[in-house]
Design a binder for this molecule. Structure first.
Ligand SMILES: O=P(O)(O)OC[C@H]1O[C@](O)(CO)[C@@H](O)[C@@H]1O
Ligand SMILES: [Mn+2]
Length: 448
């Protein structure tokens, strides 16, 4: 059976069919709010569109507002999903996926917002936003304000983090293996908790990081439900080859990014540490090729964040920014944005639907997946039991040793101890969706 097909023991996809479920509340409440904010943002930029594009900019603004309002009405009245008509490079793939969804539903009911898988319709909404914003304003990122605000309002935390990185790097040569792994664990957890800052769960409410990210780690420790940091450390060390050993030396870690703003800075700091400590020789970053889930990183966000860090009036921030830019110039770091990351597929379909991307990930020694949406795609956004193995939920998706760094914002979680989920539900009924808990969840060869 092909990976991803419904087979024995594969539970159903989360959907809004379950009234009152988190999927239902997201589609009924949060997604329309995101569309309303998008309409408001476009309206507020009307003059900008006129200045840049004259009358054409105004008519594109009017069209975007009308299409987004129509989209919101379709969503709120559970209309059938519509084929995309914008003829972009991924249009055909999206329309084929819709036909695949329709085949799974059969001809009794049409693919629609409250009946089809939540993962699919939420991704589809962001692709319809892209369709609504036509030339000449098609490069306008309707979520840009929120992403830049998150960065500006996290400056204290960014400065503290870059200062910490600078201090660690000053003594890097003298660090023992234990000290190195200590710093690694700290910066891995900073990147993990950076994922709390995402705008789609807050439907765009500000979410900047105020306190020092290092100082808050001890108080957050008990909220990490699965901590496979040791497996990540062993994987990195097993893939490291002594210089000149003639063995594979291109140690490569891929980071599948999530949110811009503070979270992206935590990922850049972690990546800098991996390279400057010698734990990895190359980092491949994977971002989104158009604005996605409100706060996800696009190429523009990636470049903007590095430029802002370089330009900071703070010694360690600007030092970090220049170091990051030179990693990019030297090819030690590289940024990629394959269309698959902005499509609705579960990751167990990647080998079949994006074999080129799967082959790329297979070249990595470790792939870090940031955030909740990536976790939902890793597990197919299905109603697995909490004690089901992560490996089972991956359903054959294993291009390389991988680790999810995720704060829980959707009600799918696997790989827990027997009874752990039930215990959490009594202690904190919204534990899967309130963003307070997190996992560092690894899948790969067992190493001693
Ligand atoms: O940015 P992250 O961590 O992927 O979080 C996005 C999550 O927020 C939500 O929009 C909240 O429902 C989820 O649908 C989505 O998985
Ligand atoms: Mn996100």
């Amino acid at each position: 059976m092909a990976a991803g097909q419904i087979g024995y023991g594969v539970p159903p996809s989360l959907s809004a069919k379950v009234t009152g479920s988190f999927a239902y509340l997201t589609i009924r409440d949060r997604m329309p709010t995101i569309l309303t904010k998008a309409v408001d943002t476009i309206h507020r930029n009307k003059n900008k569109f006129f200045e840049e594009h004259g009358e054409e900019g105004i008519s594109a603004e009017k069209q975007a507002i009308s299409l987004l309002s129509k989209l919101r009405n379709e969503l709120q009245t559970d209309k059938p999903l519509l084929e995309l008509m914008d003829g972009l490079s991924d249009t055909e793939s999206w329309n084929q996926y819709m036909q695949r969804q329709q085949r799974q539903l059969g001809d009794q009911e049409l693919v629609s917002w409250f009946k089809s898988p939540w993962l699919y319709v939420e991704c589809y909404m962001y692709r319809r936003i892209q369709e609504a914003i036509c030339p000449p304003i098609n490069n306008f990122d309707v979520f840009n304000e929120g992403k830049t605000q998150s960065f500006f309002e996290s400056q204290q935390a960014v400065m503290a983090l870059c200062t910490y990185l600078g201090d660690v790097q000053k003594s890097m040569e003298k660090l023992s293996e234990n000290q190195l792994s200590e710093y690694f664990n700290k910066l891995l957890q900073v990147s993990l908790w950076g994922n709390k800052c995402d705008l789609s769960i807050s439907a765009g409410q500000e979410n900047s990081q105020k306190a020092s990210p290092i100082d808050s780690l001890p108080s957050l420790q008990s909220f990490i439900l699965v901590n496979d940091s040791n497996m990540v450390w062993l994987t990195l060390n097993s893939s490291r080859r002594p210089e000149g050993s003639g063995q594979k030396t291109a140690d490569r870690v891929d980071i599948v990014l999530d949110n811009a703003g503070f979270e992206l800075v935590t990922d850049l700091v972690l990546a800098d540490f991996l390279v400057s400590s010698g734990l990895a020789r190359h980092i491949h970053f994977h971002g989104k090729c158009f604005p996605w889930f409100v706060s996800d990183v696009t190429a523009n966000d990636f470049q903007w964040t590095i430029r802002q860090t370089m330009a900071a009036n703070h010694k360690w921030m600007s030092k970090s920014g220049f170091q990051w830019q030179s990693y990019l110039n030297e090819g030690i770091w590289s940024y990629h944005d394959h269309p698959f990351w902005t499509q609705p597929h579960e990751f167990c379909d990647m080998a079949a639907d994006a074999p080129d991307l799967y082959a790329t990930l297979q070249e990595a020694d470790l792939v870090l997946f940031k955030g909740d949406l990536n976790y939902r795609k890793l597990t197919g956004d299905r109603a697995w039991g909490h004690a089901v193995d992560f490996c089972t939920a991956l359903r054959g998706f294993e291009p390389a040793p991988l680790c999810s760094l995720r704060t829980l914002k959707a009600n799918v979680q696997v790989g827990l101890q027997l009874g752990q989920g039930e215990k959490l539900s009594t202690e904190d009924p919204s534990w899967m969706t309130n963003g307070k808990y997190a996992v560092i969840q690894f899948h790969g060869p067992k190493l001693e």
